[in-house]
Design a protein around this ligand. Sequence first.
Ligand code: FMN
Length: 705
Amino acid sequence: MYKNLLSSGKIGQLELRNRIVMTPMGTNLSEASGHCGERIQAYYEARAQGGAGMLIVGVASIAWPSGACNPNQVAISSDEFLPGLRELASRIKLHGCRAAIQLQHAGKVAVCDIAAGRPMLVPSIPDKSRDEMSAALTSVEMSAFVKSYSKKGAKVEYKVADHDDIRELIEHFAEAAERAQRAGFDGVELHAGHGYILSEFLSPSINRRDDEYGGCLENRARLLVDVIEAVKIRAGSDFPVWCRIDALEYRVDGGICLADAVETAVLAEAAGADAIHVSAYANPSSGAAFTEAPLVHHSGGYLPFAAAIKARLRIPVIAVGRIEPEVAEQVLARGDADFIAMGRKLLADPQLPNKLIHGQQESIRPCIYCYTCVSRIFVSDHVHCAVNARTGYEHEIVLLPALQPRHVLVVGGGPAGMETARVAALRGHRVTLAEQSADLGGTVFFSSIVYPENGKLIDYLAEQVRQLGVDVRLGTTVDRGCLRALAPDVVVVATGARRDALPIPGAEQAHVLSGDQLRALMTGSDPAAVRDKIRGWQIALLSVAGLLGITQNAVWLRRLSYLWMPVGKRVSIVGGGLVGLELAEFLAERGRDVTVVEAGEKFGTELAIVRRWRVLEDLQQLGAVLINRTDVSCIKERSLTLVCDGDEVEIETDTVILASGATGDLSLAELSQRLGFETHVAGDCDGVGYIEGAIHSAHAVARSL
Ligand SMILES: Cc1cc2nc3c(=O)[nH]c(=O)nc-3n(C[C@H](O)[C@H](O)[C@H](O)COP(=O)(O)O)c2cc1C
């Protein structure tokens, strides 16, 4: 099925066992001194073991600490870093995987320079950028966001590169490439994208020089060409060097366009580059732009760029940007690219290549594109993954067989319950998974109607639980009698959060729905809960939908929701957290006039920062109204009374959805404990942590059994 993707290929003289390349991703896992220690080595080794053809170590700083954009970046600027780099390359290559490293100078975003009181090296003084990002951040995030350069009195200063600086920069790249070679790396990627220094020279919007390094494209590409030539001289013509370029700069007036990128690639090839890696960039003044580039949300978003560049070159092209394996296979078969780079997918499942090789595609843990990984980097943390608890913790989290296999009863079939069951079963325990409703997935089933990516996680976990022989009991309510009858050795309670009715006068009316009631209405899961909220013909419609299996199918429900939903035209959502915002986007996309009322200062704080930026921008474009620092004092038949700073305002509405008030619910855990069972809790029943919290807490509990 993956004949092309799994066939070997060459970059220069370097042969890769297959066409899957792990994209360069800065992890913040090196030591603060720039050295590669155990954490980063274990992280990369896990991915090399996963079967990829080559890993590209992300953003190695060539002039460290100058030109660095993060205190925990990999440094490659001096021989003092060689021991860690050698160890890193050898641990990758030990598994038959090729090791490459991305060489970078961050130019105008080298915030470590600000912290150290150094000016940042730039081709020309950049325009002052607008800041549309900070408004959505909490104060804790904001202080972490600027941690790397927040020294007292730190000032943003620039140094326009003169000819000596340019010579020194070229020398740094060449030296770093040679050092990478000495460390045992198989090749180097020059980072000539994403707003770092080489791309700043390439970009007509930033580079306003009037010497031979500015102006026409040939001049703007001169620095990149000089660097390629210098690397080839220093490391030898056989040592593979390629560059990552932006095919487009989104949201940048007069920025790099595809025609520029094609010509740059042609010049790079002529200078000796062995491949071109085609990425893109977006003006980061708006946070939502990250989901356009470089972390494209739209599947295969840059494939046309790769194809256009490939059409002009003889050297291989590496395509990137949310490329599914099936799509990758077609792209390679068409000859639109030669290698496929994958990033977030390999954070979620490093074993993806091996699973393709062994025909186990349904066992691949899916990335849900929640942007937790990169959002953590923004707040000076290291890389994490919402669906893979080991990512970034490979050095300390190892799954060992249980010393004493036991009978584990997991209560609750949401992500926390399924992940607990999966990991406990993997470790050799006998696992029973009891779920009250007729399906696995818990609240994530409903959230997958709103955010489809979540559905893939449920499918994956359900399949794993099945493959591992977990005894799944649907429609099973666990109570005192059930606990005694099953008599497990251990009970893990993963029953999710409780959503109490909000004490707002008028909340009992038919046009007011809690999140649970909306879910029950859409999925037909609990008719009793919504009897007062729905008319007879609607109940009949839901019953028919249930009989046809539509209400158990998120894809059908999503389609159906464009035709009918149990909400009026004007919808007010009380609570602007994750649930409220995702629901608001879903309803606004379906033509509803949505108002979100939030008591706190910020919206969507449980969403990873990048996804939050995206949702907030989408809501703005959809015309939704977001009101913060405001309480709801009363719900009337056609209106809501809002209170802000003591002032009352009335807004008209047809439907009210109460999307706040979720709290942990330990009642079953307490019962189980009282009955003398060894009891653990995972997921939202112990404090609401959504998917990331569910998966991570479940993994930790299952490891401890
Ligand atoms: C956590 C994280 C860190 C990243 N760091 C880098 C980096 O250091 N250098 C780079 O060129 N791109 C970086 N990227 C972008 C990726 O290399 C890649 O282009 C992007 O994630 C799109 O590929 P994907 O859809 O397969 O994830 C990073 C992406 C993520 C998720």
